[in-house]
Write a protein that binds this ligand. Structure first.
Ligand SMILES: [Zn+2]
Length: 707
């Protein structure tokens, strides 16, 4: 479900590795092992195949495959059959989750000139998928109901937009709010509309943000056509809302009613052609200039005189819970089977989902094939690699979250890394992100994977496209929220990386996200799908075979130090004087962590360069300590506002959902104006950096080097 455009726009541009310490060419490998590994990776990188990627996509994107439907059982069977044929140990893991399916969705303008709005996305000539059966245009976990009222335009429906409405004396209470997509996760829009008393919410794609202002619209161009609809969940949590914090196995204890935390009001998405029918006739207050969108008339907030009716029915009374299926394809490690690298992609979609997320699923399949062929040639990885496809991501990261909650002990102990593929290929523009501890590794792998355009490596093309200075690295996204890494990273503190080839966009969560669009405007020959899989295979192998885990905690700690001023800015904005909120100790702790990481890297490189002097027992102790470094920056009780989120480094902003909040335990306390709590959280965070530093020193000590 990840909205790539937003993700890219909202990440702070951090200049990354200006590494001052020389680092081994292949961190974590002795020279002879590095040579073998490089050869193995080159072999793996050569294996993913564009024609096969396209063949997978034809099968997986042949129909809309929403979680809980028979079509989604078919994608499960396809993936299982493929992985079984590769020789992987396969498992389909079922959970039963709260998943109300809509049975009808209708919207009328009741005044003036009553009309029912045609919500379905119309078929397009030359695109046979566009005419197939489509999912009703309602947001996932919308409330059911039948609501009528005057229309109020609420801009993006952000917290600050409602504050602005308050200031001009306009309320949505008892009214139908119309918000445009963008600037925040849609679940936040639903929460705010409901909080302010709206009886229904319509979220539409405005042409200024997502339509003809951006370029020609489909099928003439790649952009969203007038009746193209962005579906999507409005659940703000992660996982099955009926089992918060525990797995949705059969017979699991469930919460119901208001405790589910899903919207009670109907929430319906629509294209701009329909929205126009509601917005054009609004009067009342003129809008602030920044509220004006791309439709060809002056926007007003209302309320009214336009009135509307929104009616949604679903099956929650008769069938609230439905089975979902994650698939796991396992390559058991030869030496360290309990240490696990997970490579995952969500397999469900609102639509045929050629980009979101058949492309990610295809990347997993082709990476799995590359690795499995090497296994058959006698090159079993040292650690276990799990090739996963998750169900119901689109409903709130449900499948991956239930899996993480189910296997949390095993993952917390043995989880080495989680690699995510969500919209792996939609064009030619490479982007990556994740924990700063894995960014150097991703850059290194991107250096050895050829860019499909034939002009050099993915890394070289990435640099060229992001036009960075010679001394800097391309900016990468932070792990805030919005895809399946949340359970692994934000909940458990397992280092995470993701990457993909972005494109023009325009069909996000629309029926037109299909093969016809992809072959005309996206990855036309499926070569970027194959490239994503090449990176996936090499990333998984590098992590699975390393003698000493190749995290870069120098870059991690330096990135953390670079984030500390965010706290200073927040407290300055509150005009909090005094020493309690001084970040000097936190900054010192991050710097101390960087020094410890540098000592570790020196010890690691020296020991590995010296040959086979390191015992298995020593490497095991060092690796166990390394796996604790980022876990030390989580806490079991989580954030005060959201206990499931345990990472104290990154989280999705509670008031935005798409943008990342750094150091959330501290910054949420600042936002809540709680000075005492903020100071306590700052001290707690500083202490946890001390623990991360101790874990690094323990790794260094395990190799018998000086601390
Ligand atoms: Zn997705």
């Amino acid at each position: 479900m990840r909205h790539l455009l937003l993700t890219v726009l909202l990440v702070p541009a951090l200049a990354a590795a200006q590494t001052s310490t020389p680092v081994a060419a292949t961190p974590g490998y002795s020279p002879s092992a590095a040579q073998r590994e490089r050869a193995l990776e080159a072999d793996a990188i050569a294996r993913p195949d564009a024609a096969r990627a396209l063949a997978h996509a034809r099968e997986l994107a042949k129909e809309t495959h929403v979680a809980g439907t028979p079509a989604q059982a078919r994608t499960r069977d396809y993936v299982l059959t493929q992985m079984k044929a590769m020789g992987l140990e396969v498992e389909s893991r079922e959970y039963e989750v709260f998943l109300p399916h809509p049975t009808s969705v209708r919207v009328w303008r009741t005044s003036p000139s009553p009309m029912q709005l045609p919500l379905a996305e119309p078929a397009v000539a030359g695109d046979r998928w566009s005419g197939m059966s489509q999912w009703l245009t309602v947001n996932g976990t919308s409330g059911a109901g039948d609501a009528s009222g005057e229309v109020v335009y609420v801009n993006y429906g952000l917290v600050e937009d409602y504050a602005q409405l308050d200031s001009i004396g306009v309320s949505v209470r008892g009214k139908i709010a119309v918000a445009r997509y963008g600037r925040s996760f849609r679940g936040i829009k639903a929460r705010e509309a409901e909080k302010h008393g709206a009886v229904a919410l319509i979220i539409y794609s405005d042409p200024q943000d997502d339509g003809y202002v951006r370029g020609d619209v489909y099928p003439a161009g790649a952009m969203r056509p007038p009746r193209g609809v962005q579906r999507g969940s409005v659940f703000n949590g992660a996982g099955d809302p009926s089992t918060p914090g525990w797995p949705s196995t059969k017979g699991a204890r469930r919460v119901t009613g208001d405790a589910l935390g899903v919207p009670r009001i109907p929430v319906v998405p629509m294209g701009y052609e329909n929205a126009q029918e509601l917005l054009r006739g609004l009067r009342g207050k003129d809008v602030p200039q920044s509220w004006q969108g791309g439709l060809p008339f002056r926007y007003h907030v209302g309320p009214g005189p336009v009135r509307a009716r929104v009616a949604v029915t679903d099956d929650r009374a008769t069938r609230p819970y439905k089975p979902i299926w994650n698939t796991l394809g396992v390559v058991r490690g030869s030496d360290l089977p309990d240490e696990i690298v997970v490579l995952g992609a969500h397999r469900d979609a609102w639509t045929p989902g050629a980009s979101d997320n058949v492309s990610g699923t295809v990347s997993i399949l082709e990476a799995a094939r590359a690795v499995s062929e090497l296994v058959r040639a006698g090159h079993r990885p040292r650690r276990t690699i799990v090739f996963a496809t998750w169900d119901a991501e689109e409903w709130g990261l449900v499948g991956s979250t239930e899996y993480v909650e189910d296997d949390s002990l095993r993952l917390a102990k043995g989880g080495v890394a989680y690699l995510n593929q969500d919209v792996a290929a939609q064009g030619a523009r490479f982007g990556g992100g994740g924990s700063p501890s894995l960014r150097a590794l991703l850059r290194d792998v991107a250096r050895v994977v050829p860019d499909p355009n034939g002009r050099g490596s993915v890394y070289a093309e990435w640099r060229r496209q992001s036009a960075v200075a010679d001394s800097a690295e391309p900016a990468m996204g932070d792990p805030g929220g919005g895809s399946d890494f949340a359970g692994f990273y934000n909940h458990l503190g397992i280092p995470h990386a993701d990457w993909g080839f972005g494109g023009p966009g325009g069909v996000y969560h629309s029926q037109y996200d299909d093969l016809a669009w992809m072959r005309q405007f996206g990855d036309t020959n499926y070569v970027y799908h194959a490239a994503a899989a090449r990176i996936a295979a090499a990333m998984a192998l590098r992590l699975a075979n390393a003698e000493l885990l190749p995290y870069d905690y120098v870059e991690f700690a330096r990135t953390m130090a670079g984030l500390v001023p965010a706290i200073d800015r927040a407290t300055r904005a509150k005009q909090w004087a005094g020493d309690a909120m001084s970040t000097a100790a936190l900054l010192a702790a991050a710097r101390a962590m960087e020094e410890a990481a540098r000592r570790w890297q020196q010890a690691r490189d020296a020991r590995l360069a010296a040959g086979p002097a390191v015992s298995v027992e020593q490497t095991n102790r060092a690796n166990a300590a390394l796996r604790r470094v980022e876990r030390a920056l989580t806490r079991p009780e989580g954030l005060r506002t959201r206990p499931w989120y345990r990472s104290l480094v990154y989280v999705a902003d509670e008031d935005n959902g798409y943008s990342t909040m750094v150091f959330p335990s501290v910054l949420e306390a600042v936002r809540a104006n709680d000075r005492t709590l903020a100071a306590r959280e700052l001290a707690d965070l500083t202490a946890r950096f001390g623990e991360a530093t101790r874990a690094l020193d323990e790794a260094t000590g395990a190799l018998g080097a000086e601390r």
